[in-house]
Ligand binder design. Structure first.
Ligand SMILES: [Zn+2]
Length: 116
């Protein structure tokens, strides 16, 4: 029997807010939004928008570069928080993160296709 616990998506979503290292925000977003097939897809540019934030002093919107987001995904993969299939269009949580109430466990990912 597998030993497991459950987590609320909102808790992970709160950990994805600005003020933390970008790679942590990236995997927290994945954990808060993945479907039962372990994929957390984004519309084009959606991950960048989700990571952007408004500077409370200047009011300017800050967006991370594609390179910074790519590096953050790579770091999360390197540390084992995301699957190697992850990219800016779809973050894939590792096999030990599963379940939830969204989608079906063997659903084909629209962004990864049949290689889900
Ligand atoms: Zn996917």
């Amino acid at each position: 029997m597998r030993d497991f616990s459950m987590h609320e998506r909102a808790g992970w979503g709160a950990l994805a807010l600005p003020g933390r290292p970008l790679w942590m925000r990236v995997f927290a977003l994945a954990y808060s939004g993945h479907h039962r097939n372990r994929h957390c897809g984004f519309e084009p540019g959606g991950l960048h928008r989700a990571l952007s934030y408004v500077d409370t002093v200047t009011g300017e919107v800050y967006e991370f570069s594609r390179q910074a987001v790519h590096q953050a995904i790579s770091t999360a993969v390197e540390y084992g928080y995301l699957d190697t299939k992850s990219n800016a269009n779809c973050l894939v949580v590792p096999p030990f993160i599963s379940g939830g109430n969204l989608g079906k466990p063997h659903a084909v990912c629209r962004r990864h296709g049949s290689d889900s």
